[in-house]
Design a protein around this ligand. Structure first.
Ligand code: NAP
Length: 340
């Protein structure tokens, strides 16, 4: 494959998650890493040396704007801090760059609407970075639902947690208004994976949270109403053992995805049961969802294909997170039809 069939990527931010995404860009057959930038002097070069040492021709900038001015950069991977996502996605779009922005794309729905309008104007692709969605295990879950084996989906339980290590405590340093806390960090996965199990948008949400001194939530649980008695229960926490799972119950049985945060070598397990006594446990092939995410994004830009994750989807996810935070803060059910 020659360079014209590869999308040229730049990375905006020397974030820790580059450990996964940088090799994914380097390894993708339809992608080429050309630049990385950080606002901290030397941090971009250091990240490059650490996660992609063989990529000596990649330019390392000590300014985010310098990367956006780099004409060779066609697409930007954006792993800045949560409260910076919307601002820098918009800036990149206005410079004509396609953007894969880490979740959450923004802290408000109007911010995503502004990104959407700019993306339309500049004719670029913008996607919220839910890497997990590209793992084939979720397609298998959807296939089981569609087969009718568990009947109609009635209830989903989505649980995501890990014990926060001292080195990562900065995630709790900012209030929820500034994108800190569990709901903006792991909440997006809980809401997104629960929504994937229903064929309609959430109608209302109720939630409870435990906060730390900064105003960040450390544990949040909630119920999302999808109408006609169909509910998703989510619980996320930085003070529980590691879980990244969702469990679906239908009118005739259930299916469970055991590890959403599957690491590249993990064997994914899907289990299912039916009321009439059938049981199944499927061990699927290993997959690297970071690689698949990058390949999909590049393919969409290069071929004009529509991304599987739309900005409409990003808005619905954001609206549900904001409603959950509002519900927890105010102790009331929040309807999603309300303007947030
Ligand atoms: N998809 C996934 O699996 C996954 C996993 C983890 C996180 N995430 C998401 O990815 C984003 C980044 O998360 P992360 O944990 O990788 O972030 P992080 O390491 O804290 O980096 C975020 C930004 O903060 C700045 N920064 C990093 N280290 C710093 C330091 N020591 N002092 C001052 N500033 C520093 C960097 O900007 P500069 O380089 O410009 O200074 C960096 O881009 C978040 O939005 C998160 O939600 C996704």
């Amino acid at each position: 494959m020659n360079n014209r069939s590869r999308l040229c990527w730049g990375i905006l931010g020397a974030a820790r998650i580059n450990e996964r995404l940088m090799p994914a860009i380097v390894d993708a057959s339809n992608s080429r890493l050309v630049a990385i930038a950080s606002r901290r002097a030397g941090a971009a070069a250091e990240t490059l040396a650490k996660y992609a040492p063989q990529q000596q021709s990649v330019r390392a900038y000590d300014s985010l704007d310098a990367l956006l001015d780099d004409a060779e950069v066609e697409a930007v991977y954006l792993p800045l801090a949560n409260h910076e996502h919307a601002e820098w996605t918009l800036r990149a779009v206005q410079r004509g760059k396609h953007v894969l922005c880490e979740k959450p794309m923004a802290l408000t729905v109007p911010d995503i609407e502004a990104i959407e309008a700019a993306a339309r104007q500049h004719k670029v692709v913008v996607v919220e970075g839910f890497m997990y969605r590209f793992h084939p295990q979720h397609a298998r879950v959807q296939e089981l639902i569609r087969s009718g084996i568990i009947g109609e989906v009635r209830s989903v339980r989505a649980s995501y947690s890990f014990m926060m290590r001292p080195a990562r405590l900065y995630r709790l340093a900012e209030s929820v208004e500034r994108g800190g806390g569990a709901m903006w960090d792991i909440g997006p996965y809980a809401i997104h994976s629960a929504r994937m199990c229903f064929d309609s948008a959430p109608l209302a949400v109720t939630a409870m949270a435990k906060y730390v001194e900064s105003g960040a939530d450390i544990t949040t649980s909630g119920i999302i109403d999808f109408g006609e008695g169909r509910r998703a229960h989510f619980d996320i926490s930085f003070e529980c053992a590691r879980r990244s799972e969702y469990d679906i119950t239908g009118t005739k049985g259930g299916v469970k995805c055991h590890t959403v945060w599957a690491m590249p070598g993990d064997v994914p397990i899907i289990s299912w049961w039916t009321e009439d006594g059938q049981r199944g446990e499927e061990r699927l092939g290993t997959a690297n969802h970071f690689n698949l995410e990058i390949e999909h994004f590049s393919d969409c830009v290069l071929t004009g294909k529509a991304p599987v994750l739309s900005l409409e989807d990003a808005k619905t996810n954001c609206q549900t997170i904001v409603a959950s935070l509002q519900s927890a803060a105010q102790g009331r059910v929040v309807k999603l039809a309300e303007r947030l």
